[in-house]
Structure formats: C-alpha cells, structure tokens
Design a protein around this ligand. Sequence first.
Ligand SMILES: [Zn+2]
Length: 376
Amino acid sequence: MRVSKINHQVFKGQNIDMHMHEGTWLPESTIYAPEDTFELIGKPISINIAGQQSIEEIKYSFVSNLDCMTFNDDNTLLKNELDGNLEMLAECRKHPQKRPYAVCQAGYGSAENIEKLLKENPNSFIGLKFHPNVFKQDANSAVYEPYMKIAEKYKLPCLFHSDKTGSYGCPHKIYELAKKFPKVPVILAHLGAGTDHTDAINVLLDSIETGSANLYGDTSWIDCKNPKMPTIKNLIERLQNTSKGDQTFRLLYGSDAPLGEFGASGKKIKGFYADNLQMLKNMIYGNFKEKAAQIADNICFNNSKILFLDGRITDMGKVTKLSQKTLITAGIALVGLAAGLTAVLKHKHNEKQLQNDNSAKNPYSSFVAQQMHIFA
Ligand SMILES: [Zn+2]
C-alpha cells in the first residue's frame, strides 16, 4: 500500500570503506578474489537505521594487495612492491569503485620502488599501507622513514596496521614514527587489533592534545559484535570534546573485509558486512540525536573523501587534456575544497564542552579480539 511507503521512508546513504583487501592471506589459508569484494560491496546494501529502511551504497573501497604481505616458506614474499601494487592498480582501473593503496614492504622492499610507482602512475594510489606485525619490523624503526618521506612528498595518508602494546605494530611505536613526520596523516588501523583499544585511543587523543602528530583511526573490528558499540560511542564523544574542538574527522569507517567473518574463510558469517554498517549507524542515530546524521555521514563518507580524495585528480590519472572530463574533475576538486573549508570552519566553531573522559575497558571488544586471528 502507498501509505506504508510513506511510513517506511527509504533513504540512501553513501559510504567509503577505506580498509579492504584482496589477495592471498595465509593466516586464513585463503585467496580473496575481486569477486569476494564485489559480493560485499558491489550492490546496494539494505539496512535499517532507527526503524527506517536505508539503501546504502559503498561509493568507494580502498584496497590493498595481501600478496604483498604474504611470505612463501623460504621467507620470500609472494609479490614484490612493484608487481603486487601494479596488479592491484590494474584491477582498480577496471572498477572505478575501487582505489588502491601501495603496500610498503618496510624491511624487505625499498621506498625507491614506491616512488617509481607514484611517478609512473600519477594520481593513482590513494595512500600507503604498512603492516609492522607481518614484516616483524618495529613501527618506530628507521626502516619506515624513507617511505614516510615519500608519503610526505606525495601527500599520501599512511594506513598502519596497529596491534597490541609492545608488539611490532604497537600504537606507541607508530606514534613515535608519526611524530617525526607531523604533516603525514597516519591512520591507526583497528586502533589496536586484539586489544580493548584503550591504549591506541589514548595515543590518538594525546596526539590531538599535544599537536605532535597527525593521527587518525579506523573502525575495523572495533565492537563488531556488540550492537551498543560502546568503544566507538565513547571515542566519538571524546573526539567531539577535545581542547582543540571537534576532531571526529579523525575517525574513518573501515571494515578490513573480506577477512575473517566477512569473507570466504571458514569463519564467514552471512550478512556480517551489512550488519556491521547497520550497527554503526544505529549506534550513532541512537546516541547523538540531532547531530547523528552528520556524524554518520562524516565517519562513513566525508572524512575519508576529504582525507584521501579531495584536492586530487581522482580518475586514476587518465586526465591529460582540458576536456569536459577535466572540467568536471576541476569542479569536483573545487567542491571538495569548499567541503574541506567548511569542515575546518565547523571544527573551529565547535563548542569546547568539557568531556566525561570515560575510557573504561569494555569487556566486549576484548572478547571479540580473542576470537580473531591476525588482521591485515
Ligand atoms: Zn587490513
């Protein structure tokens, strides 16, 4: 009946999943094919937000090639920095929905390889990806510095797998490195995988209060089986109320799919991807009242758009002459610039309300962490 259509308003949400993968992942003995990505994000996702149906689109997914993070038995890598990253770039050129990270094999590869890729394929890679635990290289080690210089030169965000305190990917070690390159956006993926996230979140907040590094965090595997999402809720509240104003632009929606329960491994749970997006948006709409729609749009789309895409030519570097396409691209860049300016003004304008800094450990995330294998 028509009445029911009115009662069940359908609205459409756009999202950027800034943390996805394809390729071979030995901890799960699985090869994730492009089809596994498209099974999750290749079609509209119907979810229920605050009692209303919403058709959600994953407008972009940012992917990295797991083949560059997987070792053979003889301690060689399945693919090197050139072959593996070019393979992912070629795949992304076929599907504009996907944008590639360049995986950096710090300790095994060379920053010169990455610079060669960036020079020969301008405006194609959206960021650099690091996994200190896979490569067994402490994140504060000098092996990362040549790569960070490249990130600074080409203005690329760096996605770091962050892990337990004291491990190779310890949030404090990543922070130490990021402080040496304060202009480079460094994203703490998972905000401390396999932990209750307290340490990584405190590092993120400290970097904001001291202004000593340009840190971000993604949402992957945080509260992923707890509909109340207490860790992310608490984090948003803390980011809203820093002494530097609203810093929620530093939180990015990312899934780490199709690993673990998302994907083709034996752990796969049907609908897990949609459930997680639904839980995140429901938690935001249930707790942040009139600001909820804006917060959800920012975390799930605008923050990544501004950080990774705006101000760049985003058509995989194919614009070579002043064409209609170029003009459209320039228009998008201008809109992006305006959006960025609006976001900055908004952050500055935010009231500086004192927060209740509740960083109590939550039992759910550590429970979930125990169920997980190694994340990428
Ligand atoms: Zn990952």
